[in-house]
Design a binder for this molecule. Structure first.
Ligand SMILES: Cc1cc2nc3c(=O)[nH]c(=O)nc-3n(C[C@H](O)[C@H](O)[C@H](O)COP(=O)(O)OP(=O)(O)OC[C@H]3O[C@@H](n4cnc5c(N)ncnc54)[C@H](O)[C@@H]3O)c2cc1C
Length: 434
């Protein structure tokens, strides 16, 4: 097996890993950065994961939003290698990547080995199906391919409903957390845009049900926000079933503790769990397969760190949060990337950053459709407070996304890209219908 060596190897170019690679590369400069920092990802292009519900609804086009890792590497002075992690040996400081197969299963690129001085795991997480029978048949929103597959099915279902006698299509979303709520808001947006392009004869109703086992949706947010979001969603025609446990997922319905919910499409957006293969890498993991790290994001092996969703990091320095782990959020991955960039630069200079990573929670950032959608969704609600909080949340979500782009592209390119996308939407419309 051919081998190569880099000082710093980062596996996973998502919200956290890509920012880390870009920060390190820029800090080390054009020559040293490319030679010393390697980013590995199983995909050749990057999509910021919190936008996957927009990809699923068709309000975001991956061909425009996707950023090539190779081009980002060139601009930020890091090397990129396409491949899926196969083995990771923290003692030998060596990893291997699965072969890349061509269509028909022929080996295009054989298995590759990489050794490193310092390794970082930033491979994210997936869904927790809680052992529910049939749940693996539901659509997930773990990867870009999942969101695109859902979008293709959504367009087909829209088409079918448009020419059916019932003139209705239904979506059941398991999980009333941020992802489920954001997805339902985005689907309402997509449906509204589609109806604008259809004649009266072809119009149809979209029936969305959110199924949540807990007593309220958005359990991580203050109760007032959950109540108001429930009212807002119900006004838009979304049925919110709380305290309903999903017993089984069938191709055409959800079987719940409160009865059956028929659906043309079913999305599983509940729970977070890291990959079971994380257990094979010789590092301590927790019950949800996250790598256990200390307050400096160090794993149980020397010179190996983990950040983002795949890491269980202790929440230190915030009153009332002691003993808890930092939530799996893009804002956590973003903050951890800048902390770790400093820590790794110090380590390369034989120093050690002793200060712990302190997570600053800026609240839950929800995207509830485009600005008009936020207004429409929340405008009719009791009191101006929720409207204002909604706009703040929307702005916070946008600024987190912009922060991510600034970290990987710099400010001028971020502004140009944001303007280009705005213009593109004005010309071609917001909804992707192909
Ligand atoms: C629909 C949706 C909406 C969300 N909205 C928000 C929000 O509003 N605010 C917020 O803070 N958070 C939100 N989140 C959560 C947020 O997306 C994650 O917390 C964040 O992306 C975690 O960053 P990460 O770098 O740990 O992992 P990821 O961003 O998931 O990146 C992991 C990377 O690792 C790569 N990878 C995985 N396994 C391998 C492997 N074996 N080999 C090679 N590469 C691998 C993947 O291709 C990916 O590029 C949302 C999530 C979803 C799904």
């Amino acid at each position: 097996m051919a081998g190569m060596h880099y000082d710093i190897v980062i596996v996973g170019g998502g919200a956290g890993g890509l920012e880390l690679a870009a920060r390190l590369g820029r800090k080390l400069g054009p020559k040293a950065g490319k030679e010393r920092v390697l980013l590995i990802d199983r995909s050749s292009f990057h999509i910021w994961k919190p936008t996957l519900h927009e990809v699923a609804a068709g309000t975001l086009d991956t061909h425009q939003e996707g950023l090539s890792y190779s081009i980002l590497g060139r601009a930020n002075h890091f090397s990129f290698l396409l491949g899926e992690l196969d083995s990771f040996d923290p003692v030998a400081k060596r990893l291997s990547l699965k072969p890349i197969l061509a269509e028909g299963g022929k080996v295009l690129v054989p298995e590759r080995g990489v050794t490193f001085s310092w390794g970082v795991l930033a491979i994210g997480s997936g869904s927790n199906l809680f052992g529910t029978p049939g749940a693996d048949q539901a659509h997930l929103l773990e990867r870009t391919e999942d969101a695109e597959a859902f979008h293709t099915r959504l367009l087909a279902a829209f088409m079918k409903a448009s020419f059916s006698t019932e003139k209705t299509m239904s979506v059941a979303i398991v999980g009333g957390g941020a992802t489920g709520v954001e997805l339902s808001a985005e689907l309402i947006e997509a449906h509204r845009e589609l109806l604008d392009s259809l004649g009266a004869e072809q119009r149809f109703r979209l029936d969305i049900a959110i199924v949540e086992a807990a007593p309220r949706i958005l359990g991580g947010l203050p109760e007032k926000i959950s109540d108001q979001a429930t009212v807002a969603l119900e006004r838009k025609g979304v049925r919110v079933h709380t305290g309903a446990k999903v017993v089984a997922v069938h191709p055409d319905r959800l079987e719940t503790s409160q009865g059956d919910i028929p659906a043309d499409l079913i999305v599983w957006a509940a729970g977070v769990k890291a990959a079971p293969t994380n257990a094979d890498y010789g590092l301590e993991i927790n019950r949800t397969n996250q790598f256990v790290v200390n307050e400096r994001l160090e794993t149980s092996a020397p010179d190996v760190w983990a950040l983002g969703d795949c890491a269980a990091a202790p929440w230190v320095g915030t009153e009332g949060k002691e003993g808890r782990i930092i939530p799996a959020r893009a804002q956590a991955a973003h903050q951890q990337a800048s902390y770790l960039a400093k820590a790794l630069i110090a380590r390369m200079g034989q120093r050690r950053v002793e200060a712990p990573f302190v997570y600053r929670d800026f609240g839950s950032l929800l995207s509830l459709g485009e600005n008009k959608g936020v207004g429409a969704l929340m405008g009719g609600l009791g009191g101006p407070n929720f409207f204002v909080e909604g706009l703040i949340a929307k702005w916070a979500y946008i600024s987190l996304h912009l922060d991510h782009h600034r970290a990987i592209m710099g400010t001028p390119k971020t502004i140009v890209l944001a303007l280009a996308r705005l213009l593109q939407q004005r010309v071609a419309g917001r909804l992707k219908l192909h």
